[in-house]
Design a protein around this ligand. Structure first.
Ligand SMILES: Cc1cc2nc3c(=O)[nH]c(=O)nc-3n(C[C@H](O)[C@H](O)[C@H](O)COP(=O)(O)OP(=O)(O)OC[C@H]3O[C@@H](n4cnc5c(N)ncnc54)[C@H](O)[C@@H]3O)c2cc1C
Ligand SMILES: NC(=O)c1ccc[n+]([C@@H]2O[C@H](COP(=O)([O-])OP(=O)(O)OC[C@H]3O[C@@H](n4cnc5c(N)ncnc54)[C@H](OP(=O)(O)O)[C@@H]3O)[C@@H](O)[C@H]2O)c1
Length: 368
């Protein structure tokens, strides 16, 4: 297990501007006392605390006594366990099955059938455990509830700084989750809002997970191509800072994308300064919603395919960070298409070429 340290939250800067569909923030932690020895590319784990209002809502919905002492590895009052130890937001199958059994609700039972997985996923989107309890009230003893609640889990975040620039601090780039839930109630992501709404200086339990494969090129002369739409830009700010601090001569090319330039161009000033300093050699931007047809980072990659191919032939390392479900797959396809179009490879050869890049650690991803 990773050792957990408390690091004061000393920076909380809004990166998205008024009018954005997103709330993206840069959080900075003071590491003076926690001695977390990180490298650009590593990941920071954050142990959140459940919001007190949510704990109150959960206690009200179940009618349980907050002072009952429960054993969650160690004995503590239920209210403390709900704050710090138990997952009271995720609609886990165990919880849903329990509610379905107790309420004998036909709709829930149908949703839980093995052939209804897709329907269940759709139903669960935007629903938290509190919404399920409000829709299907259940009265049960504390032991029964403890058996169906999971443990509160830490959340991982790509580190967005370099220790060469900020030795006693570490920063993250986080999309803060707030949405309207199934019953029209405001709902929020546990950890992103725990950080966004914390008081300045709040000590946050954090731990480090090393990513030895995801590092700026060890050879300072090697070119780096970084593809990071949305919060995927996080590690690349650290990579660029690190290469600048090391005086690395290798050129750097960043592909960044978000919805709108006016509100979602995170780190515009920092990237301009890195560009002026000659560290950021190329910056290609894909603002998806600034025109009728969506434009994504892979469209920019294809537009500049010949140039990108030349960088690959020069030994560039390719880094991808951000959404795993859609973006990373499409970017992978774009790389194969570029190898086909500009490298005159057939599709099998192009796929083998990209696979070899990965084997050689020249194509690495940090996707979630
Ligand atoms: C290796 C790794 C690196 C990561 N790096 C970063 C990073 O750099 N920056 C970053 O922001 N995140 C990053 N993440 C994601 C991060 O770990 C968390 O998953 C994220 O912050 C959400 O956590 P939360 O506790 O705020 O939300 P949770 O309480 O976990 O809630 C998330 C859930 O809320 C629901 N939900 C979310 N949005 C909506 C919506 N609009 N409408 C309805 N329901 C919704 C979904 O069910 C979703 O599963 C990374 C993840 C991994 C694994
Ligand atoms: N699996 C999902 O359905 C889903 C949806 C949203 C977010 N997420 C997750 O939410 C987290 C944070 O996301 P984020 O807000 O930082 O960024 P994001 O949702 O990935 O958006 C960043 C940019 O990428 C664009 N984009 C959408 N689909 C793309 C694709 N297939 N290829 C390339 N670019 C694409 C977005 O455009 P548009 O928004 O204009 O399409 C936007 O301009 C991540 O964990 C991500 O995995 C998942």
């Amino acid at each position: 297990m990773y050792s957990k340290r408390a690091a004061p939250l000393v920076g909380n800067r809004l990166l998205s501007l008024a009018g954005s569909a997103k709330e993206v923030r840069r959080f900075t932690f003071d590491l003076t006392d926690s001695r977390l020895d990180y490298t650009a590319g590593d990941t920071l784990g954050v142990w959140p605390t459940n919001c007190p209002d949510l704990v109150d809502e959960w206690l009200a919905a179940t009618g349980l006594d907050p002072h009952t002492v429960v054993d969650v590895g160690e004995p503590m009052p239920l209210v403390e366990a709900l704050r710090h130890r138990l997952d009271i937001t995720t609609v886990r199958p165990d919880l849903l099955r329990f509610v379905a059994e107790r309420t004998r609700d036909a709709r829930l039972r149908t949703l839980l059938r093995p052939d209804n997985k897709l329907e269940l996923t759709k139903w669960m989107w935007g629903r938290q455990a509190g919404d399920v309890l409000a829709e299907h009230p259940v009265r049960a003893g504390v032991t029964d509830w403890l058996a169906v609640l999971g443990r509160l889990q830490p959340r991982m975040y790509s580190i967005s700084s370099s220790p060469l620039v900020e030795p006693a601090a570490v920063s993250l780039t986080v999309s803060v989750i707030r949405f309207v839930g199934s019953r029209g109630r405001p709902r929020k992501g546990v950890c992103s809002t725990y950080l966004a709404d914390a008081a300045p200086g709040h000590p946050v339990p954090v731990f480090l997970r090393r990513s030895p494969h995801f590092r700026p090129p060890a050879d300072d002369g090697v070119p780096a191509v970084m593809i990071g739409p949305g919060t995927g830009v996080a590690p690349f700010l650290g990579f660029l800072q690190e290469r600048q601090a090391r005086g690395a001569r290798g050129p750097n090319w960043l592909f960044f994308g978000e919805q709108r330039r006016a509100t979602d161009f995170y780190y515009a000033d920092e990237l301009e300064a890195l560009s002026t300093a000659g560290t950021l050699t190329r910056l290609d931007l894909a603002f998806s919603r600034d025109q009728r047809a969506r434009i994504y980072v892979q469209d920019r990659m294809r537009e500049h395919g010949a140039h990108l191919w030349a960088w690959l032939r020069d030994g560039a390392c390719v880094y991808v960070c951000g959404d795993a479900a859609r973006m990373a797959k499409d970017v992978d396809q774009a790389l194969r298409d570029i190898a086909t179009t500009h490298g005159n490879l057939d599709p099998e050869e192009a796929a083998a070429y990209i696979r070899q890049l990965a084997t050689d650690n020249r194509y690495v991803r940090d996707v979630y």
